[in-house]
Design a protein around this ligand. Structure first.
Ligand SMILES: Cc1ncc(C[n+]2csc(CCOP(=O)(O)OP(=O)(O)O)c2C)c(N)n1
Ligand SMILES: [Mg+2]
Length: 671
């Protein structure tokens, strides 16, 4: 349970700050008007972008910054800062206007004028890494909310581990659309369950989405549904600063996560377009801007902010200084990589328990037993398949409301929520999250995985039960297209190790890879060791692919395989050898790494034989890259079948005999 006292202490600080600030501030309505007009002018200049939410939420954002948000534009990566996440990424014009007015180094006024232009940091939707103050990439609705929950959990964990650090609040701006997404329901339940009281969600409660009124598609009692998930919920008038202030104070004082329903009018301030779905994503137009100027008493030219307003905004950016000075504990770094290598570099031979032949999912569990104590940044979890996935090391205690120092999360059957939550854990800069489920259900996680890849976050996905070889559970549980489709996601490394040694090496590669996510694709069936490690501790998986066997430099054939099919290929090669043919066997556990090797190495591995055959128990589309037009790719282009794993493999022709036959036929043909 969150220590309630720290919330009270913090809200007292806010009150003191607020009174001080009130003496120097200009009318908050005027501050909000500046935000509104910057957004109008940006969208007008770009003739593209979204206005409805910036106009509707300008007052809420102003009060939040004026009285509550703790941040430091001069030290944007201050670890103890509050986080502000625009889950409705279409509100980017509001976020950029805000960062400009608060005095962040970028965006400059010129950047605002270049909104949505090629190479401008003021991208269409907020992108992590382009501007300081943009805490994550948003745009796909629901992701910001869900990731904020994970980020909040990580910050709570940090604060509990080291109470000298400040417990930051995570503020999230969401729209009707965010709340309609399933991932929001999954993670709202987790936030309530984990008592994440420092999570404050501000709903742009305007009752409008693109198609029109939310009554077209929604009858949910939002308040009741969040209350049922152990949240605090309150309503505020979203254009009245005093009422917004009251709601935020109430939220800070409550130990539960909070949803503040800000009753707003979409496009507020635009006399003729407010309240309509039309304002959601259209420029205002010159005529309407004129009318809005009159209505809001804003006689200034586009992008012109009067000095008193600009200096008031800049002054309130200093509001957090007293808090900042009290907590300058940690160096603020742009992207913090958890301290993993100090530990792993010292990994000695004896630390790696001797590899034994077993299913790669079990080898992964054994690797974790070694790695978890060495790498305190690892934070595990599974979507209700902990034992099947082998994801909980014995040294990992559960992370719960009562024990936020734990290192293992039971996400429940919430794959999508888990993936988005892990992005938040990674964004904290403290943790390397990993989470497991069956490979067939990776599709449930894909939108959040795509975001880890876009943001370049080190998140590890553990996908077990990786092929039709799982057998009896049948086609719903037998992945076909998943493996290849994961390889399609840019910046995601997909590892499919063949045995205990490759599994361990894949873990090491994934842990070394700080600039993006990795997926480990693991099998359920027993796997013999495909090679011995002996005294050779060089990591072959780091090359992505390598020659496992080569009979002679002039090859008659080359076989390619990954994961559990390496052993099938090995058997096929043995049969071909006994027929007198000479060839090679290539293990290709990580395509992305192999493609990065120098061309000579790649040629050396691929060989120049005209007969190339691959085998992988998944969609074969894509293997042409390695086997060429004259080769052949064994795989599956249809859904699987329920039955014993071995029989299913045989039925689909994924056997060493079939491979042997094919190679012979191709050699004959090419002679
Ligand atoms: C996952 C996803 N689906 C669809 C969209 C396209 N989209 C952008 S905004 C929006 C409507 C959002 O409505 P709301 O959150 O109420 O925002 P408002 O119109 O009130 O600003 C939609 C469907 C999206 N960005 N992400
Ligand atoms: Mg809406």
């Amino acid at each position: 349970m969150m220590p309630t006292s720290s919330f009270l202490a913090l809200s007292l600080e806010f009150r003191q700050n607020t009174e001080e600030e009130r003496r120097i501030s200009v009318d908050p309505r005027r501050l909000a008007t500046a935000l509104r007009f910057l957004a109008v002018d940006m969208v007008e200049a770009a003739q593209s972008g979204h206005l409805g939410m910036p106009l509707g939420m300008a007052d809420v954002v102003t009060t939040l910054c004026q009285d509550f948000l703790v941040f430091q534009p001069q030290d944007p990566y201050w670890p103890d800062r509050d986080r502000l996440i625009f889950s409705g990424g279409h509100g980017s014009a509001l976020l950029y206007s805000l960062l400009y007015l608060l005095g962040y180094a970028r965006p400059t006024l010129q950047d605002l004028k270049n909104f949505r232009q090629l190479h401008s940091p003021t991208t269409g939707h907020p992108e992590y890494g382009t501007l300081e103050g943009v805490e994550m990439t948003t745009g796909p609705l629901g992701q910001g909310f869900a990731t904020a929950v994970g980020l909040c959990a990580a910050l709570v964990r940090r604060h509990t581990q080291d109470p000298k650090t400040r417990l930051p609040y995570v503020y999230v701006l969401v729209g009707d659309g965010d709340l309609m997404e399933g991932v929001t329901c999954e993670t709202a339940a987790l936030a309530g369950h984990l008592h994440l009281g420092s999570l404050i969600v501000l709903l742009d409660d305007n009752g409008i989405t693109i198609d029109g009124s939310t009554t077209l598609s929604r009858s949910t009692d939002i308040t009741a549904s969040f209350l049922a998930e152990n949240w605090h919920v309150c309503d505020v008038k979203g254009h009245q600063p005093e009422d917004i202030h009251r709601g935020l104070q109430e939220a800070l004082a409550d130990p539960r996560p909070s949803l503040i329903r800000c009753k707003t009018e979409i496009g507020h301030g635009s006399p003729n377009k407010k309240g309509t779905a039309n304002i959601h994503a259209n420029p205002l137009g010159e005529e309407e801007r004129c009318q809005m100027q009159k209505a809001l008493d804003w006689p200034y030219a586009p992008f012109d902010i009067p000095v008193d307003v600009l200096s008031a905004w800049r002054a309130l950016a200093q509001r957090s200084s007293t808090i900042y000075q009290r907590w300058p504990l940690k160096p603020s770094k742009k992207r913090v990589s958890p301290a993993v290598w100090a530990a792993l570099d010292s990994l000695k031979e004896e630390a790696w328990n001797a590899p034994i032949p077993c299913a790669t999912r079990l080898s992964s569990g054994r690797a974790l037993e070694v790695l978890a104590p060495l790498c305190p940044a690892l934070m595990g979890g599974s979507a209700d398949l902990t034992v099947s996935n082998g994801t909980q090391a014995s040294s990992m205690e559960d992370f719960t409301a009562e024990n936020p120092q734990g290192r293992y999360l039971h996400y429940g059957v919430r794959e999508h929520g888990m993936a988005a939550f892990m992005n938040g854990l990674a964004l904290s800069g403290d943790l390397i999250p990993y989470g497991g489920t069956f490979l067939a259900f990776s599709d449930y996680m894909r939108p959040a995985m795509r975001l880890s890849a876009i943001m370049g976050l080190q998140v590890l996905y553990i996908f077990t039960h990786d092929s039709v070889a799982i057998g009896e559970d049948g086609p719903t549980h037998q992945p076909i297209e998943q493996l290849m489709s994961l390889r399609l996601i840019p910046n995601l490394y997909v590892f499919r190790p063949a045995d205990a040694i490759e599994t361990y090496e894949s873990w090491i590669c994934a842990l070394r890879r700080t600039e993006g996510p990795s997926a480990l694709i693991l099998g359920r069936q027993e796997m013999p060791l495909i090679r011995s490690r002996k005294n050779d501790f060089s990591c072959l998986v780091q090359h992505g692919g390598y020659l496992l066997e080569e009979d002679a430099s002039v090859r008659q054939f080359t076989l390619f395989a990954t994961g559990s099919e390496v052993i099938i290929a090995k058997e096929a090669k043995k049969k071909l050898n006994s027929q007198g043919f000479k060839g090679a066997l290539v293990s290709l556990p990580c395509w992305e790494l192999f493609t990065q090797q120098d061309p000579d190495y790649q040629r050396h591995v691929l060989g120049d034989t005209s007969v190339r055959v691959s085998i992988e128990a998944g969609s074969p589309i894509g293997w042409e890259r390695y086997v060429g037009e004259k080769g052949y790719a064994f795989g599956l282009s249809q859904f699987g079948l329920s039955g014993k794993g071995k029989e299913v493999l045989r039925y689909f022709g994924l056997t060493s005999e079939a491979v042997q036959e094919k190679v012979c036929a191709l050699m004959e043909k090419n002679r």
